[in-house]
Design a protein around this ligand. Structure first.
Ligand code: G4P
Length: 537
């Protein structure tokens, strides 16, 4: 297919292999239909053979992309993983985001690895709290967003109302890519406004894609063969109104994150899924330049990439760790020697893996935009850069100050040392902050959301065989300490009982009160306390 979409107006043409890549994430409030949509993408992308492989029937909700038992039990997706598949001449890299609000930090980092996001909303519920939060994260990075309004086979809100709500509450322009015909039990399908096609839902077979009828516009008399007169009149009126009131699709505005095209559909009925996939292929951005100490363009020949996620013990049988690397530039080949910038050491990447649903496959090559997994023994950490020699530092991969702190206690005191090791491993993985206080023993563990303590305890028990308790800590906040060397030394000496180091050895100030944090600003003018830390060497 001619790939006009692989060019964005002000950038040079990309090599075709890079230009055909689309790396994106799906964001949604829990229950809006992200898992179902993911499954349909994998199905029509040929990564799975039949629906139901992602979500085992009758069991708690889970996807094959959920690796851990915990999330299967709870029906939440805790970890992010990447799945690759081909569709319509494009290579799609779908990065799974954790759906639960407690994992927003992980989600944030995941979104640093993608070029676009699909926002799924429930047609009856509209924009929900988690949609809003995730949207804000996308906005911070100006990510282009495609919107999918799901569950149109159920009673949904009025179409204009849904669009208005998105425009008002998210402050983004919305343009309808399709327009629903009927709703709930009367939902027939959509009129595709971008291609003048009628898309009819197959109610008899949930896994059959829509029947597509090409038309010469809304006045085409063939419309009446498929749509009852009452709905047809309504459709024509509504579309006319929409064309008068709402902005037309403008690719540049979409790519800049100002305008979102919206498709209406029903993921469970496979309706709207193909149109959405075509939308990503046709309009979605190809791999974009990545922010580092300089901008790294995808078409640059030297290979460079950064770690945005580390997952330990994915396969409990092999105690391995996989670092997920977003390739920022070049054409990577298996066995390639890469510079691990943080350590200054060379590293031969001999078994890079691509993730095809639950199966990991060693890949011979990958291009800018792809996400590869690199099994390793702990050398690779979040924020690390791999290059062909340049000392690149990728930026914008923050570590947030935890909002909840607890003291970790080994269930078996004889195994305290093992617990220390396990905690450090999770800290390196980015699953928690682990602070070693200067005074006293033990560790203070910090997370962004309370559920993370349960996940940690369960993983430590499952993966290391160590029972652990997280007990209330005397501290409630943590801030990273930086600034003038002498001032920092003076500050540390005066506050020993509040100082700890994180797993990178960086200084952290632990406290109970916001007031303390404000006071430091006054009493120690050369000291800077920050709530985020850039994760790079
Ligand atoms: P999530 O990952 O965003 O949390 O949502 P998920 O796909 O798990 O979907 C949440 C629920 O919504 C599921 O029902 C799913 O079957 C249903 N659903 C998804 N898409 C549609 C749709 O287009 N129409 C309708 N009517 N329902 C849809 P559940 O009862 O929670 O789970 P299950 O019993 O189906 O496994």
């Amino acid at each position: 297919m001619p790939d006009t979409a692989s060019q964005t107006s002000n950038r040079p043409p990309l090599p075709p292999e890079i230009g055909r890549r689309r790396t994106f994430a799906i964001i949604s409030h829990p229950d809006a239909g992200k898992t179902t949509l993911t499954e349909k993408f994998l199905l029509y992308g040929g990564a799975i053979q039949m629906a139901g492989q992602v979500r085992a029937k009758g069991e708690a909700r889970r996807t094959r992309s959920d690796f851990m038992k915990m999330e299967q039990d709870r029906g939440i997706s805790v970890s992010a993983s990447a799945m690759s598949f081909d569709y319509a001449g494009h290579r799609f890299n779908l990065v799974d985001t954790p759906g639960h609000s407690d994992f927003s930090e992980d989600t944030y980092r995941t979104l640093t690895a993608v070029d676009a996001a699909i926002m799924v909303i429930d047609g009856a519920k509209g924009v929900e709290s988690q949609t809003r939060k995730l949207f804000e994260v996308c906005r911070l990075r100006d990510l282009p967003i495609l919107t999918f309004c799901n569950k149109m086979d159920r009673e949904a809100r009025d179409t204009f109302e849904i669009i208005d709500e998105i425009q008002d509450s998210l402050a983004i322009d919305v343009t309808p890519a399709s327009w629903p015909i009927g709703m709930g039990a009367d939902f027939l399908g959509c009129y595709d406004l971008l291609h003048d096609r009628l898309e009819l839902m197959d109610r008899a077979d949930r896994n059959r894609l829509a029947q597509s009828v090409r038309l010469d516009g809304l006045d085409d008399p063939r419309m009446a063969e498929h749509i009852p007169a009452s709905l047809l009149g309504q459709l024509r009126d509504e579309v006319q109104m929409a064309r008068e009131l709402l902005p037309a699709f403008d690719r540049q505005s979409f790519l800049e994150g100002h305008l979102t095209p919206i498709w209406f559909g029903s993921a469970i009925n496979s309706f709207g899924v193909r149109e959405l996939m075509e939308g990503i292929a046709e309009f979605g951005p190809p791999p974009q330049p990545q922010r580092a100490n300089r901008e790294v363009a995808p078409e640059e020949t030297p290979v460079a990439g950064f770690v945005f996620k580390v997952q330990a013990n994915m396969d409990p049988k092999h105690r391995d760790r996989v670092a997920f690397v977003r390739l920022a530039s070049g054409h990577f080949q298996r066995g390639q020697k890469m510079l691990h910038v943080r350590s200054g050491k060379q590293m031969t990447v001999s078994a890079p893996v691509l993730f095809l649903a639950a199966d990991r496959e060693v890949t011979e090559e990958a291009w800018a935009g792809d996400i590869i997994g690199i099994p390793n023994h702990g050398q690779l950490r979040i924020g690390d850069a791999l290059t062909e020699g340049e000392a690149l530092k990728f930026t914008g991969i923050p570590s947030f100050a935890p909002e909840l702190l607890r003291a970790a206690r080994a269930g078996d005191p004889l195994k305290a040392k093992h617990l220390d090791k396990a905690l450090m491993q999770f800290a390196e993985e980015g699953a928690a902050r682990v602070f070693k206080p200067m005074v006293g023993s033990g560790f203070v563990v910090g997370v962004v959301g309370a559920l993370q303590f349960d996940v940690l305890a369960s993983r430590i028990e499952l993966e290391y065989g160590l029972p652990v308790r997280f007990e209330p800590s005397q501290f409630t906040s943590a801030r990273w300490v930086s600034g003038d060397k002498a001032a920092v030394e003076g500050f540390v000496n005066a506050n020993k009982g509040h100082i700890a180091t994180d797993h990178d050895g960086d200084l952290v100030y632990l406290t109970r009160l916001q007031w303390d944090i404000d006071r430091v600003g006054r009493d120690h003018p050369g000291v800077v306390l920050t709530a985020t830390k850039e994760m790079h060497a």
